[in-house]
Every structure is written in C-alpha cells, then in structure tokens.
Design a protein around this ligand. Structure first.
Ligand code: ZN
Length: 94
C-alpha cells in the first residue's frame, strides 16, 4: 500500500481532536483520552448516532422481511386455495 494513501486514509478516518479535559491531541475514534483517561465526547456521540442508525436499519430490514413473508404467504395460500375455489365454482350452477 502506498504511504501517501495510508496518510490520506489516516487523515480522513482518524482526525485528531482536542481533549476537553487536558487539551491533549486525541484520535476522534478513541473512546477515552490516552493522556488523562477522560471520555471522548465526539466518539461517544458518534457511537450513539451509529447505534441509532443501526437500529433504524434493523427495523427497516425487519419490516421488509415481514412484508416479503406476508406476500409469500398470501401467494402460497391463494395458490393452495385455487383448486378448492375452482371446485366450488364448478359445483355451483351459474
Ligand atoms: Zn485528556
């Protein structure tokens, strides 16, 4: 991997922020400050947001699964009931 790419990737994904406790430089991906051990608020907020988005995706996924299952079930049932309905129509004179 070229060194430049790694450097750019590092800058994008590992921004350095100031610790609100000791003003030391902390990676915004660090959960706690390596200098004073204070929790990094930006990381916590992002994790909470990510957790919320994750929950939303899971909920949407569950809804889609439920819709697919109900459609499949409905189709299966109507296919299973089709011979019965045809039989009933044949028995009833029009
Ligand atoms: Zn600190």
């Amino acid at each position: 991997m070229p060194a430049e790419f790694t450097k750019v990737g590092f800058n994008i994904f590992m921004a350095l922020i100031k610790c609100h406790e000791c003003q030391g430089q902390v990676s915004d991906h660090a959960r706690t400050c390596p200098h004073c051990g204070a929790p990094v608020i930006a990381t916590i907020k992002r994790r909470q947001k990510a957790a919320l988005i994750d929950l939303g995706i899971r909920l949407a996924f569950a809804v889609v699964i439920i819709i697919i299952v109900s459609i499949t079930f409905h189709r299966f049932m109507s296919r299973a009931m089709a011979p019965l309905k045809a039989e009933q129509q044949q028995q009833q004179p029009h």
